[in-house]
Design a protein around this ligand. Structure first.
Ligand code: NAD
Length: 415
């Protein structure tokens, strides 16, 4: 399989939008690169008493529209370039839903599955000590991403507050509710994607009730997508997968039971009443909706011609390469692109920050109503651009977002 560098892909996607928008060379160059980036080593004592050195990253991609914002990925394959790409996508994401934030991202190259809770806590605190000078409510606000959890956010918030000697819950989002987390943050990414999918069904004239869906990546985003797409739109769960493989039953699986099984057993393997499928096979199943909800670059030019879904709702960041995008567009697969489809997470993270600032908390139905409003408006903004410019949905989303960020850079007098 060819090597894909997500940051080069993010830059190529931006380049196409910059040309179409007629951006001047300075603005284009500014938006191709992170404004500020940090790389650090994190010595952490492991349970056996030995010190292990982890590599950590934080990228503040663009702050023209507000403090940078973006999750922390703890993954064995996290590289500086993955984090740069994710930080760029965060910039376009906050712009597409029109919230007053910039884009950032961070991470640690590590395998949390092989670490104890105490080791994770020591790593979380070490990470916060390394970035405490560069994050704050008004500078840069981290959040969860792959393999980081509300508990990890809580340890980081606590470490920050110890360092500065004051309460600052808004320095990090995705916290547990008793420590200033927002109602509705847990399922926000999937819920936002499902709202966007509902709007896609409307504009495409597809009644999604009783149609089938397949979900690649059965973690936070994927599990809630299964539950909510079923609850809100009556979609049937035909297949789901995690890093160890997937399960398939075209007649439909009970999403609640599949989620409970995964939470109990740690994997989907052996789920009764379903046949085993690989992650690759899952992507090519004949379903109406596909939710890529795991990692980058899973839909490439080699498998794109075999993708049969009608709508791909990208909850993962960067699941589709630019070559694959063109193939899907030609084959009439409607893609709700990552930084639009999964913007619900950062939107409710933003709500969490707002509530932390006011020290006053909203009920769940208010979070849902505001999220629906943001996602619906963002979807239709991108869809109008798609129709007007006759480009694919990802390019349309880039045109909307890049124009907004470029305008903010110009108004500040940077370019
Ligand atoms: P998570 O850690 O909760 O879950 C990831 C899931 O993917 C796990 O079930 C894991 O087993 C599975 N997985 C890992 N490697 C896989 C592979 N090769 N094939 C299939 N499955 C694999 O992470 P998450 O928070 O659900 O994030 C998933 C995706 O959604 C990421 O791309 C992330 O950047 C994106 N995202 C998440 C949020 C959020 O709020 N959680 C917000 C925006 C975007």
């Amino acid at each position: 399989m060819p090597e894909f560098n997500p940051f080069k892909i993010a830059q190529a996607q931006l380049d196409a939008a910059a040309v179409r928008l007629g951006l001047d060379p300075a603005t284009h160059e500014l938006l191709r690169w992170p404004q500020i980036e940090f790389k650090f080593t994190l010595p952490v004592e492991m349970d056996d008493g030995k010190i292990r050195i982890f590599h950590g990253y934080r990228v503040q991609y663009n702050s023209a529209r507000g403090p940078t914002k973006g999750g922390l990925r703890w993954h064995p394959e996290a590289t500086f370039d993955t984090i740069r790409a994710l930080a760029a996508w965060m910039t376009w994401k906050t712009a597409v839903v029109d919230i007053p934030l910039g884009g950032g991202k961070g991470g640690v190259t590590c395998n949390p599955k092989e670490m104890s809770e105490r080791e994770k806590q020591r790593l979380a605190r070490a990470y916060m000590r390394a970035v405490a000078r560069i994050v704050s409510v008004s500078k840069d606000v981290p959040a969860p991403d792959v393999y980081t959890t509300p508990q990890i956010m809580a340890w980081m918030m606590d470490e920050y507050e110890v360092l500065v000697g004051e309460h600052h819950p808004g320095v990090i989002t995705g916290k547990p509710i008793p420590l200033g987390g927002s109602e509705g943050r847990g399922d926000a990414t999937a819920r936002g994607g499902v709202y966007a999918l509902r709007e896609a069904g409307r504009v495409l004239g597809i009644d999604l009730k009783d149609k089938t869906m397949a979900i690649q990546g059965f973690g936070n985003a994927g599990q809630f997508a299964a539950l909510l797409a079923h609850e809100i739109m009556g979609l049937k769960l035909a297949a789901a997968s995690d890093s160890r493989g997937g399960i398939y039953n075209p007649k439909g699986l009970d999403p609640r039971q599949v989620v409970d099984y995964k939470l109990k057993k740690g994997s989907l393997q052996g789920y009764p009443g379903a046949e085993a499928v690989t992650n690759e096979q899952l992507l090519e199943l004949d379903v109406t909706v596909l939710f890529p909800s795991a990692l980058e670059n899973v839909i490439t030019e080699s498998n794109a011609p075999k993708i049969k879904c009608r709508i791909s709702c990208e909850l993962a960041n960067g699941p589709t390469t630019p070559e694959a995008d063109e193939i899907l567009y030609a084959n009439n697969v409607f893609v709700i692109p990552d930084f639009l489809a999964n913007a619900g997470g950062v939107t409710v993270s933003y709500f969490e920050q707002v509530q932390n600032t006011y020290n006053f908390y909203w009920p769940l139905d208010e979070v849902h109503r505001r999220l629906d409003e943001k996602m619906t408006r963002a979807f239709h903004g991108v869809y109008q651009m798609y129709q007007r410019e006759k480009v694919n949905m990802r390019q349309a989303a880039y045109l909307v977002s890049v124009a907004r960020v470029a305008e903010a850079c110009k108004l500040r007098g940077w370019v």
